[in-house]
Design a binder for this molecule. Structure first.
Ligand SMILES: [Zn+2]
Length: 120
């Protein structure tokens, strides 16, 4: 499904869809990090700051994968950007990130061009 609704250069993103997907990913990463569902439920009720602190403790304790943590941070960052209304724009050049890319990588913070440049 491709959503491409251009209104005067502004792309309308189905934010709730991305938010849901990001939250789902977040849960996936959290469980990959070994947080059990009960703990997770408790964490969900706490603030984002608590969650971050909690995760930092967990990672130190358990020596968990940096990669998963990195991805989790990307997801958190994307959720922040959703909240602040910056979601869907490239953090580098400010261009709109293509909906296709966001569907594939909902936490993408750069457009394809910038991502290539940064990865190169
Ligand atoms: Zn860019």
């Amino acid at each position: 499904m491709i959503t491409r609704r251009q209104t005067g250069g502004t792309v309308k993103f189905p934010k709730n869809t991305y938010r849901k997907e990001l939250l789902r990913k977040k849960h996936e990463f959290l469980s990959a990090l070994g947080l059990h569902s009960q703990k997770l439920a408790a964490v969900e009720r706490s603030s984002e700051d608590d969650l971050t602190a909690h995760l930092q403790e967990q990672s130190v304790e358990l020596g968990l994968s940096r990669v998963v943590h990195q991805q989790l941070r990307e997801v958190e960052y994307a959720l922040d950007r959703l909240a602040s209304g910056e979601y869907g724009t490239c953090a580098d050049c400010g261009d709109a990130i293509s909906p296709n890319r966001l569907q594939a990588v909902p936490w993408a913070r750069y457009c394809v061009n910038c991502q290539d440049r940064i990865a190169a």
